[in-house]
Ligand binder design. Structure first.
Ligand SMILES: Nc1ncnc2c1ncn2[C@@H]1O[C@H](COP(=O)(O)OP(=O)(O)OP(=O)(O)O)[C@@H](O)[C@H]1O
Ligand SMILES: [Mg+2]
Length: 452
C-alpha cells in the first residue's frame, strides 16, 4: 500500500519556497515532487501524474503579471489534475482569472499553513469524488467531507432540523459556545442545500478592519481609494448563487451594520469606485457565541439586522450537555491523529472515557480534539489511559458553585446530570457516582421528570 496520502507537485522557481513547502507537506504525510521552471512543470506533471499541483504564478523573477502561471495552467488542463495557484498577496483579480481558467483554488503568499493544508485536502477529496460515477457523487460528497458526529438526542434533533431546512433558502443563525461546531454546521448546511455545487464563502466579521469592510464584502475598482492598486472581487460576488457564511457576526461594529443591512434587504450593492448597482443571490448563514439579544438591548447590535439573520436559529449545546457524543468523537479523533502521526492502532480505556465525560469542556469539541491529540502523542501502549489525558489540572467547574442551601445544590446537580445524560437515569447516576435507586429516589423527591 502507498504510505503517502497523495503525491503533490510543487512548482515554484524559488528554491527556499519549494523547500519550505516540501517540509510542510511531508510532515503532513504527502509525497512531494518539485519543478523549478515552467517546462519542468508540464513534463513532470505528465510523467508522474501527481494527484495535485501547487503552482506559482510567476516563474521569472522580474515578472509579476501571472501570465506565465496562466499559460502553464492551460497546458496542464488536459491532465485533469487539480491545481492550486499560489498568488502574491492582494492579487485576487489574477486568482479569479486563474479560477475561471480551470484552477481549483488559490492561496495567497505568504501562506497560512492550516489554510493551505485544508485547501489541499479539500481539493484532493473533490477530485476523488469527481473520479467516481456520477450517480454516487452526492453520496460521496457527504462521505468525503469532515465527519459529523451526532449521537446525542440534541444533536440528532439538530441533524433532523437541518435536513429539513438546508434545501430552503432561509437565512440561518447558529449559536453556541466556542468550539461547539458552528463553522462545521454552517458548511454542512451548505453541502445539504441545492447550492452545494456553488461556492461556500466564509467571512470572519471579527477580522475585518473597519476601513476595509466595504472593499472586502463588495469589492473595489482600481483607484477607488489610495491603496486600491488593482480591482478586487468582493465576497458577495464570490458567493453568488452559493452560500455566504458570516462568522462571529456579533463582533460586527455598529457603524458597519447599516451597510450590511442594505444589501441583505435589497440584494443590491455597488462595487467601491463604481456607480453600477450589482445584484447578488446568496444564502446567508451566520454564527456567533455572543448573546445577540443582549447586544440588541445594549444597543450594540441593530434589531433590524438581527431580524434579517435569524429567520431560523439553531443553538448547538455545549459538549458537557451531550455526553453521548463524547465517546464517538474521541474515537473519531483518535483515528484522525494516529493517521496524522503514523501511529499504530490505539484504543481508549473505559476509565479515560469516564474521565472525558466528567470534564467541563469550556473549549468544547476543539478542546476535546486537542486533548486527544496530546494523548495520542503521549500513548506508550496500545491503549490511552486516563492519566494521558492530562485533565486533572484543568478547570473542573468547581469554582462556579455558589454557596446555597445543600438541598437546592443537590437538585441543581441532579438536573444538570440528567440533561448531560440526555435523560438516561443509568448514565446520570454514573456521573453523580450514586446508585440508580438512589437517583430514582431523588428524582421523585424533587419532582424531576425522567423516562421510566
Ligand atoms: N459534530 C461534530 N463531529 C465531528 N467533529 C466536529 C463536530 N463539531 C465540531 N467538530 C470539530 O471540532 C472543531 C471545532 O469546530 P468548529 O470550528 O466548527 O467550532 P466553532 O463553534 O465554529 O468554533 P469557534 O466558536 O471557535 O468559531 C473542528 O475541528 C470541527 O471539525
Ligand atoms: Mg467557527
Amino acid at each position: 500500500m502507498n504510505p503517502y496520502k497523495a503525491t503533490i507537485l510543487v512548482a515554484d522557481d524559488d528554491d527556499d519556497i519549494r523547500l519550505a513547502l516540501e517540509l510542510l507537506l511531508m510532515a503532513d504525510g504527502y509525497q512531494v515532487i518539485e519543478a523549478g521552471n515552467a517546462k519542468e512543470v508540464v513534463i513532470k506533471a505528465a510523467r508522474h501524474q501527481p494527484e495535485l499541483i501547487l503552482l506559482d504564478m510567476n516563474f521569472s523573477r522580474d515578472t509579476t503579471s501571472g501570465q506565465e502561471g496562466l499559460d502553464i495552467l492551460s497546458q496542464l488542463k488536459s491532465l485533469n489534475i487539480p491545481v492550486i495557484l499560489m498568488t502574491a498577496w492582494g492579487s485576487i483579480e489574477l486568482a479569479v482569472t486563474g479560477l475561471k481558467q480551470g484552477a481549483s483554488d488559490f492561496i495567497e503568499k505568504p501562506w497560512n499553513k492550516l489554510k493551505l493544508l485544508n485547501s489541499i485536502e479539500q481539493q484532493l477529496s473533490f477530485s476523488r469524488i469527481k473520479g467516481e460515477h456520477q450517480g454516487y457523487r452526492q453520496l460521496l460528497a457527504q462521505k468525503e467531507c469532515k465527519p459529523w458526529i451526532c449521537q446525542s438526542k440534541s444533536m440528532v434533533g439538530i441533524e433532523q432540523l437541518i435536513n429539513k431546512i438546508a434545501p430552503t433558502d432561509a437565512n440561518v443563525l447558529i449559536l453556541g459556545e466556542n468550539g461547539t461546531g458552528k463553522s462545521l454546521l454552517a458548511e454542512r448546511i451548505h453541502q445539504l442545500s441545492s447550492r452545494q455545487a456553488s461556492p461556500f464563502i466564509s467571512v470572519n466579521m471579527a477580522a475585518i478592519p473597519e476601513t476595509l469592510f466595504e472593499s472586502e464584502l463588495f469589492g473595489h475598482q482600481k483607484g477607488a481609494f489610495t491603496d486600491a492598486k488593482q480591482n478586487r472581487v468582493g465576497r458577495f460576488q464570490l458567493a453568488d448563487q452559493g452560500s455566504l457564511f458570516f462568522d462571529e457576526i456579533g463582533s460586527l461594529p455598529l457603524s458597519l451594520q447599516p451597510k450590511l443591512l442594505r444589501v441583505l434587504e435589497s440584494g443590491q450593492y455597488e462595487v467601491l469606485g463604481s456607480s453600477q448597482t450589482q445584484t447578488t443571490n446568496v444564502r446567508l448563514i451566520s454564527a456567533t457565541n455572543a448573546d445577540l439579544s443582549q447586544l440588541v438591548t445594549d444597543k450594540a447590535f441593530r434589531q433590524d439586522l438581527l431580524y434579517r439573520l435569524n429567520t431560523l436559529v439553531i443553538t448547538i449545546p455545549p459538549l458537557r450537555e451531550r455526553l453521548a457524543d463524547i465517546q464517538p468523537l474521541a474515537e473519531n479523533f483518535i483515528a484522525q491523529f494516529i493517521a496524522k502521526y503514523h501511529k499504530p492502532e490505539l484504543t481508549i480505556s473505559q476509565a479515560a472515557i469516564d474521565k472525558l465525560k466528567h470534564h467541563r469542556w469550556p473549549g468544547n469539541i476543539r478542546e476535546l480534539s486537542h486533548t486527544i491529540e496530546r494523548a495520542v502523542l503521549l500513548a506508550t501502549s496500545n491503549e490511552i489511559t486516563k492519566q494521558q489525558l492530562l485533565l486533572d489540572i484543568a478547570d473542573t467547574g468547581a469554582s462556579v458553585m455558589v454557596l446555597q442551601p445543600l438541598e437546592q445544590a443537590e437538585q441543581q446537580l441532579i438536573e444538570k446530570a440528567m440533561l448531560a445524560a440526555s435523560g438516561q437515569v443509568i448514565e446520570a447516576a454514573k456521573l453523580l457516582d450514586i446508585s440508580r435507586n438512589a437517583l430514582y429516589r431523588r428524582l421523585e423527591k424533587f419532582g424531576i421528570k425522567y423516562e421510566s
